[in-house]
Design a protein around this ligand. Sequence first.
Ligand code: GCO
Length: 466
Amino acid sequence: MLPKDFQWGFATAAYQIEGAVDQDGRGPSIWDTFCAQPGKIADGSSGVTACDSYNRTAEDIALLKSLGAKSYRFSISWSRIIPEGGRGDAVNQAGIDHYVKFVDDLLDAGITPFITLFHWDLPEGLHQRYGGLLNRTEFPLDFENYARVMFRALPKVRNWITFNEPLCSAIPGYGSGTFAPGRQSTSEPWTVGHNILVAHGRAVKAYRDDFKPASGDGQIGIVLNGDFTYPWDAADPADKEAAERRLEFFTAWFADPIYLGDYPASMRKQLGDRLPTFTPEERALVHGSNDFYGMNHYTSNYIRHRSSPASADDTVGNVDVLFTNKQGNCIGPETQSPWLRPCAAGFRDFLVWISKRYGYPPIYVTENGTSIKGESDLPKEKILEDDFRVKYYNEYIRAMVTAVELDGVNVKGYFAWSLMDNFEWADGYVTRFGVTYVDYENGQKRFPKKSAKSLKPLFDELIAAA
Ligand code: GCO
């Protein structure tokens, strides 16, 4: 069973659902700029309208209530709050007022807000002014300032997330260039990852020093993503070591500095001085800076070692990442999206890996979900009958309960990604992750899928009676 105070609900992100990009004083983000560049987004789309959630807060809250959600994880658009982004720049009161009302309305509806401060949509002004996430001194200071503005504006919020998936700001954003701001470099991803950790540390210190309620029930942490890994050949020590190294490059990159005080040795060995070194002040800000571990997880992979030296642009630990192992066993059915397939056992194993490495911290599963290739092309009635997603959630959530019951993992909450179909970054609207179908051609009308209605009965069964 899960504890009676277990928080479950759904997750979204500002740029993926809000739309209203020119409304009420919002400034441009790097994703507005990136989407405007031809060829960057698969279907040539952007978050200009998305799900129009900025103007449909009452409708989205009613949807959450109808699905039985206890909590809702969403992100704040920094460029709605400080359109130019910086600590010396004007604060946009209309932006603050929007989120103050949204939080009040959620609380009135009995839904607990979990707020992500940064879900990739950096104000364009900071990128232009000093290189945004690349600036080791300016960015952490401006992020802390923005965080302080939100902590002050939303004192009723008890659950804060600083960054969502810093890896996905760093590697697609500054390595491959497939995400905003679209830079390609073999050193910048490691600089960006470091600066995000320092910015996270500054915001956490600010919260703990100046905003954490005297009641002590306020908490703050970072959200890290990761696929669990299995050796391609279970009998090959080199593949076993490669599988562990892949996890270190994926997740320990950020979690080790926070829980253990420095980057994994495997990263230092491969990257050398491309991986920044923490100053004593930075280390003090970062080490111990999580009240909980925010975990985004979708799938697992088989990992095969490479005998050749790592290439300069390698970001995965010099390994092959596969869905099939040496014996030909395949993780998940071919119908899934090209880059993820269901593997519920991997979810349990990853929860255990995190717990053992970091001392059994409280964990919130802040994203978990799936999509299939071609879901968008199906007729609406087929989309609504998403049996594959019902199966995914049933298997994954029960694997999580097993980890709690048998492995002593301390999971405190779970957020399904996502409340609704939304703008899936470089995939545009082609890939659907929602438990709610959004009819983009007909006024963003929402239609809960079968999976949306499957979660309340499942959690009613699995959460201990109050
Ligand atoms: C992520 C992001 C989400 C994605 C989701 C599906 O984890 O990549 O937080 O914004 O939309 O994961 O890819």
